[in-house]
Design a protein around this ligand. Sequence first.
Ligand code: UD1
Length: 418
Amino acid sequence: MGKFVVRGGRRLEGVLRVHGAKNAALPIMAASVLAASPVTLLGVPKLRDVDVMIEVLQSLGASVAWQDDALTIDPRGIHQYVIPQELMLKMRASIFVVGPLLARLGHAVAMQPGGCSIGDRPIDIHIYGFQQLGAKVSETDEGTRLDAEKLRPNTIHLSYPSVGATENLMMAASLIAGETRIRNAAMEPEIVDLAQFLEKMGAVVRGAGTPDIRILGREVLHGVTHTVIPDRIEAATFILATAATGGHLTLENCIVEHLPGLTGRLRELGVEIRVDDGDRVEVWAPERYRTVPVSLHTGPYPGFATDMQAQFMAFLLKVPGVHIISERVFENRLGHARELRRMGAQIVADQRVALIYGGRPLHAAEVRALDLRAGAALVIAGLMCDGETVIQDREVIERGYEDLDGRLRALGADIEKQ
Ligand code: UD1
């Protein structure tokens, strides 16, 4: 495994165009399985997780090719419905192809993804939903098997607004004639993007972005061209890195409405944020942060995104005062507190709640990226302090950030890959 070496203490300054969203691209790539003709996707970020989804689609029989920045997926050759175990192990989001496979071929087999560093992450809500659509579930040597001669539309009430389960069920429902209703659905912007994609293919999707989604499916969906939405988590990461280094950044292709909870809090702390032309956002960090205690908890959209929590914690180390973060989406997603402590951060944390004593100096250290966003938090902390911070396991970070080091260098940071 490689590392990032960061020599901090420099302000970030410049202009950056936000890439397409990983978490929108992955389900949309999976939804291409539903089409009867090729799909072309624009704005798909070139990331490790996207490479794994390409491998998943190819293993099922699809032809997938990049042509410059356009990704074309031809799903006509898909006849295979067992998702290879090693790909499930590489990326949990491989589960997204289950709904489309079940709807298209009547079968899908997937190993249950194991626990990961941020929690158990079961798929019971996905399975329950497929059962409500008429699938039979059995356990086999290859994994959990779902079979359905013919799926039927139904009303499904989710016990929790799971993003992945909502997406998986929307995809399956789009190929079922009749109206399926998903209640207590997730409301993330990536759900709305997927809905738009499914609508272009021929389904009718109403209510995406609310807890009550109705999908009028079709027996045949056709291939289309679609551009994925900008990555709100990438945008948030760069905004927080700028705020943490006293910098000045202009982001292009940034939808600020997708960052509820973040911009308001940063403004309260004295960060200036100006939105021009809809998708151009300018951020100035103040000379000095006021002492304002911050209290936040993560939650399903429009709550504060769990995927921004680690980076926000690193930023809070800059803000004088005692702050509290409560992680309510995943049961074990504060591991970065321990790594930040190696850099001198004063943080007291259990599995769900962290107390952060901000405004005290950090020092460089050798730390490890435990998960993608935890790794991004360490990069931010490294940018904040003098000396050479070494972040081990950079590949974990590269699962979700395209050319992070190159983009930070373009903004004046001293960071390199080793
Ligand atoms: C997606 C995002 C991930 C983000 C998360 C929450 C993608 C590829 N990933 O993950 O970056 O952190 O949303 O915003 O889009 N749960 C169950 N049973 C299930 C499904 C989920 O108990 O069947 C639990 C999970 O363990 C977790 C919570 O529900 O505690 C939220 O998970 P979910 O919304 O499903 O997240 P993902 O779709 O896996």
